[in-house]
Design a protein around this ligand. Structure first.
Ligand code: HEC
Ligand code: HEC
Length: 294
């Protein structure tokens, strides 16, 4: 073998070795991040304090969107399957409930922390579910525990090389990391600034529904989210009560526009609002918009 060939061979071997090393490092580093555990010292969730309403739990699971991601029967489904990046599966909640206490479930749902202390991935938006009241959480847990069993999908969440790289550089966050990022801005935003004490019961209801049903996409401050292509909900100020009724029952925007994602949300989720809830959200959004214009 000529000298030049030998050098080329060694060079290629070297590059191959570096590649293998890089892949090993990416796997180990991402595993370390995925296995990071979080301590959360909160009192146990005592279901005995509540008289859960299973039907209401089912309705809430539609409104909040659990049954959008975990599928209509909470049996779980593949949410995203991106080649070379990840397969994201919302798991079967009836299975999870069987092996979890009520306190375990409350930690997963409202705080994004699993039984083993690891965090769920940000695809499960528990950052926004911490607003769910104890009574509503009890209703949802009772619904999951008492509904007829439906078989899960045969896939589980898995990360491929690019997904693992995404975890390392922070493009793919877990729920706790995502919360830590928005936390500093949560306290003083235009929504949080409106204290419940200043609100009538109707406006309180509107604020609550908005927090559990709209923040996930329109942002914790309702001011829209560039990544998710959602508008600032100031836009609701331009709606008359009749237009609002139409948007929230048929999914048609002002001027009879068919919307992209929002129309689907109305069909599967917000059509389950009561008349009172629909009106309360409308009045609250007006109140909030006016408080911002002051
Ligand atoms: C936007 C989609 C989405 C919504 C809405 C959603 N989930 Fe999830 N959920 C997921 C995904 C994805 C996972 C899996 C996360 C992972 O693999 O790290 C998950 C995980 C969970 C887990 C933890 C299971 C485990 O051990 O990993 C529970 C419990 C859960 N969801 C309950 C709920 C409930 C109850 C609601 C409604 C209040 C809800 N989810 C709404 C997507 C969603
Ligand atoms: C799953 C994500 C998602 C959720 C949850 C969601 N929205 Fe939206 N919404 C969107 C998107 C995306 C748009 C932009 C239009 C489109 O692409 O559908 C939108 C648009 C809107 C618009 C503007 C319609 C127009 O005139 O163009 C209003 C008003 C609105 N949403 C209100 C709400 C309210 C109120 C809630 C809670 C009850 C809510 N949305 C929850 C995704 C969501």
């Amino acid at each position: 073998m000529s000298k030049a060939l030998r050098i080329l061979k060694n060079l290629l071997l070297g590059i191959l070795l570096l590649l293998v090393l890089a892949i090993v490092i990416i796997y180990i580093w991402s595993e370390i991040k995925l296995n990071r555990t979080y301590d959360l010292d909160i009192p146990p969730f005592d279901m005995a304090k509540y008289q859960p309403n299973i039907e209401e739990g089912k309705r809430l699971s539609y409104i909040i969107g659990c049954s959008g991601c975990h599928d209509l029967e909470m049996q779980g489904q593949v949410l995203w399957d991106v080649p070379n990046v990840l397969t994201m599966v919302a798991p079967n909640l009836m299975d999870i409930a069987k092996s979890s206490s009520d306190s375990d479930l409350e930690k997963m749902i409202r705080h994004g922390i699993r039984k083993d202390g690891t965090s769920v991935i940000m695809g499960m938006p528990s950052e926004f579910f911490r607003y769910i009241t104890d009574q509503d959480l009890a209703n949802i847990i009772a619904y999951i525990r008492n509904k007829p069993y439906v078989d899960p999908p045969d896939q589980t969440t898995s990360y491929k090389l690019l997904g693992r790289l995404g975890i390392i550089i922070g493009e793919i966050k877990n729920s706790r990391e995502s919360l830590a990022e928005i936390e500093p801005r949560v306290e003083n935003n235009s929504l949080a600034k409106i204290s419940d004490d200043s609100l009538t019961d109707q406006l309180k209801m509107g604020k609550y529904i908005t927090q559990i049903a709209c923040t996930e996409c329109h942002g914790f401050n309702l001011q829209g989210n560039e990544k998710g292509k959602t508008p600032d909900l100031m836009i609701a100020y331009g709606y008359s009560p009749e237009d609002w009724q139409k948007l929230m029952t048929t999914g048609k925007g002002l001027g009879d526009r068919e919307l992209r994602l929002m129309s689907k949300m109305v069909k599967y989720r917000f059509s389950h609002f009561t008349d009172e809830e629909r009106e309360a959200v409308y009045l609250f959004l007006r109140y909030w918009a006016e408080s911002r214009m002051k």
